[in-house]
Design a protein around this ligand. Structure first.
Ligand SMILES: *[C@@H]1O[C@H](CO)[C@@H](O)[C@H](O)[C@H]1NC(C)=O
Ligand SMILES: *[C@@H]1O[C@H](CO)[C@@H](O)[C@H](O)[C@H]1NC(C)=O
Ligand SMILES: *[C@@H]1O[C@H](CO)[C@@H](O)[C@H](O)[C@H]1NC(C)=O
Ligand SMILES: *[C@@H]1O[C@H](CO)[C@@H](O)[C@H](O)[C@H]1NC(C)=O
Ligand SMILES: *[C@@H]1O[C@H](CO)[C@@H](O)[C@H](O)[C@H]1NC(C)=O
Length: 384
């Protein structure tokens, strides 16, 4: 704990951070802007720059071609990046804290590409049944979810040179240290004892990397939209048909630099995220209406930094939609046994691949069944 505190105190906390409280009958949430200072990470020089729709289309060909693994990686060489970032985040905890000590464990949620923190707590009318946040606070846990840089209300840094994989890992580590620091200003006076990390999709890779690089910061992890296997990314990239967001819809995204790109339309979003007949079209329409373009530097650098997952000894859950496109090529049967090889020392290792859903598990029918499995894993295996 002393080490955690020293690390956290290196991060200056500026006075302009603000708080918005939301009332609710059974739990309370505060929204923060967290100013992170002087975060640094390894980074990469890229061989390409996306300025036009021609550029992103050629990038799609390069990433999707059958020999992309050897013919194109888009990396010119190693570099480093240091920056200050404002992170939009939300902390929720049950109102009746004394009833249970579970609230001393915070579930830290990291969303995937194309989304923001609302993935974990959908904002549309009737969205409660799809809200992992509500399920978790109802079960007694505290929850922290945030917009990764480049998305939502967080800093829209340079999408080629800054918004890359390793800096996202360092930001998650910095946020976790802040949450676990004594008298943290971001936990609404709840004194936290431990953190468990949840990831979806790209956020699962970040979570896996955090667990590998900083195992002391987490008591366990739960991953969805994840297999750890990159073999099927060509299918994703090809079908996504990404476009420069600012040129695709200037009224919505005109403020973003050209390296922020997004699937061409609602149906391209659906292609990755959903599988019929296990979802409502209105939910997919909502997800598309709140989507955040992704930074091209994020996809280009995923998998370029080796994070060794094989020494992680704490609990690991992989909870997969059976028909996940990017993680399993549309069918997880016979794929997830390879995932198990990535986590040989995880205790326990709980891999499930039969939930009837596509990639965005939380937004499919019967999400409450998935939430019960995810939260049950924490309750059964992690004790603050
Ligand atoms: C920023 O962090 C680096 C280490 O990562 C440190 O050497 C440097 O002194 C820090 N700068 C400031 C202004 O705190
Ligand atoms: C809850 O936590 C407090 C303070 O850490 C401790 O004194 C108490 O025994 C715990 N209660 C239960 C039921 O574990
Ligand atoms: C993993 O553990 C093995 C055996 O203890 C050790 O040799 C190796 O360096 C470790 N890897 C990492 C990345 O720490
Ligand atoms: C995974 O299961 C499939 C289908 O049962 C099998 O063909 C494959 O060899 C297995 N792979 C590993 C690494 O066990
Ligand atoms: C939800 O799961 C139940 C079984 O637990 C199943 O009978 C039902 O068809 C599922 N509903 C949907 C909409 O998938």
């Amino acid at each position: 704990m002393a080490l955690l505190y020293i690390a956290a105190s290196l991060l200056a906390i500026s006075s302009k951070s603000f708080v918005v409280a939301e009332p609710s009958s059974t739990y309370t949430c505060n929204t923060f802007t967290i100013p992170l200072k002087n975060i640094s990470a390894p980074s990469f020089e890229l061989t390409f720059e996306i300025k036009t729709q021609w550029d992103i289309t050629d990038w799609t060909i390069n990433e999707a071609r059958r020999d992309s693994a050897t013919a194109f990686n888009g990396i010119a060489g190693p570099s480093t990046v240091t920056g200050d970032f404002d992170i939009s985040a939300r902390f929720c905890s049950p109102l009746n804290l004394k009833r249970t000590n579970l609230s001393q464990t915070v579930l830290v949620l990291t969303h995937g590409l194309g989304a923001d923190k609302s993935y974990w707590d959908p904002t549309f009318t009737g969205g409660e049944e799809y809200s992992f946040v509500q399920a978790a606070v109802t079960a007694g846990y505290s929850v922290f979810h945030y917009d990764r840089i480049g998305t939502g209300l967080s800093t829209k840094a340079d999408p080629h040179r800054v918004v890359q994989f390793p800096i996202q890992v360092e930001i998650l580590a910095a946020l976790t240290r802040l949450l676990l620091a004594p008298s943290s200003p971001y936990t609404s006076d709840v004194s936290l004892k431990s953190a468990v990390h949840f990831g979806h999709s790209y956020g699962s890779y970040i979570t896996a990397a955090l667990a590998s690089a900083y195992p002391d910061l987490t008591q366990g992890i739960s991953l969805s939209g994840y297999s750890g296997i990159f073999d099927f990314f060509n299918i994703l990239i090809a079908g996504w048909q990404s476009r420069v967001a600012a040129l695709l819809d200037s009224s919505r995204w005109g403020h973003l630099q050209s390296g922020y790109v997004t699937p061409v339309d609602l149906y391209a979003d659906e292609y990755l995220e959903f599988k019929s007949p296990y979802f409502d079209h209105s939910v997919a329409e909502w997800a598309s209406s709140v989507k955040s373009p992704y930074a091209v530097g994020e996809l280009a650098t995923l998998g370029q930094t080796p994070y060794d997952t094989t020494n992680f000894t704490k609990p690991v859950q992989v909870f997969q939609g059976r028909y996940d496109l990017s993680a399993c090529g549309g069918n997880c049967d016979g794929v997830l046994n390879r995932t198990a090889l990535l986590w040989p020392k995880a205790t326990p290792l709980d891999i499930s691949g039969y939930f009837p859903a596509g990639h965005s598990v939380n937004l499919h029918h019967n999400a409450s069944v998935a939430f019960a499995a995810m939260l049950g894993f924490v309750t059964d295996n992690i004790h603050a």
